[in-house]
Design a protein around this ligand. Sequence first.
Ligand SMILES: Cc1ncc(COP(=O)(O)O)c(C=O)c1O
Length: 305
Amino acid sequence: MKFSFSKFVWFDGKFIPLEKAKVPVTTHSVQYGTSIFEGIRGYWNSKNLYIFRLDDHIKRFRNSGKFYSISLNFTDSQVKQGIVGLCKKNKLKSSCYIRPFYFVGNYGINLHVTEKAPTHMAIYSFPFGDLFNKNGIKACVSSWRKFSDSTTPPLAKMGGNYLNSILATQECKRNGYDEAILLDQNANVSEAPGENIFIVRDNELITPPLHSSALEGLTRDTVIKIAQDIDFKTSTRDISRGELYLADEIFLSGTAAEITPIVFVDHKKVGSGKVGRITKRIMSEYTNIVMNKNQKYSHWLTAVY
Ligand SMILES: Cc1ncc(COP(=O)(O)O)c(C=O)c1O
């Protein structure tokens, strides 16, 4: 996957050219993964660029650091201004991805990270289309299990957590699949390496609970609200591996993946092997929301221009 990063980044409060944003090799987060990030999308609807659920992303951004006493030295309003300002500075007038992150800087080899550890924050952006084929992808259950609250908290969106995602992704690609599905420590379905998961069974939309080590995804929450709006029964409960094979439909939800149908799981067709009716409806409602065509949710959109 090739990304064409936008020219400017925001680094500790200033807009600077991408190539000037440098950190020392002794940076703590490079050694230990002590970084926190968010993935945010901006949608261009030919009139304006709308950043989706920006306040909710900023809330999770700050909360993730609290698990590890890693300080975010900028206020919510500074982070928001940085993100909106960066889109303007880069003159972004197409749909894009925005990546804010903060990380422990020069802190030697010290594992006793406290609020006093020095941190830095940066934001970069790039034009972005579909992450996956929206006509459906092939997924397989990974032999790697998702880590749990008994090891490192899955609710914290930490750089280091993604080593688990990388192992699962490497394995699935090696085996010819597009994406992995991880089981939790109790062998129930957890989520994908960078997305939450939903199944449709007998006219019910089901997603694993947070105790299955799923990230509290904002797209997951959006899907649940869409399903309620269209009077589709939803539940949050444990999903066994076997239910993946009995599901009528399966899809992933995430900022980058948006709503991505899974049409094959472990070489078995999901339902008819085509994108299902409910998945299609959720995809279309989701697009309406992010493109500001559903006034009920316009409060989720931050206009850049
Ligand atoms: C592990 C993981 N699960 C789920 C998600 C989906 O979360 P969201 O919908 O907030 O992007 C992401 C992406 O942020 C993720 O990295």
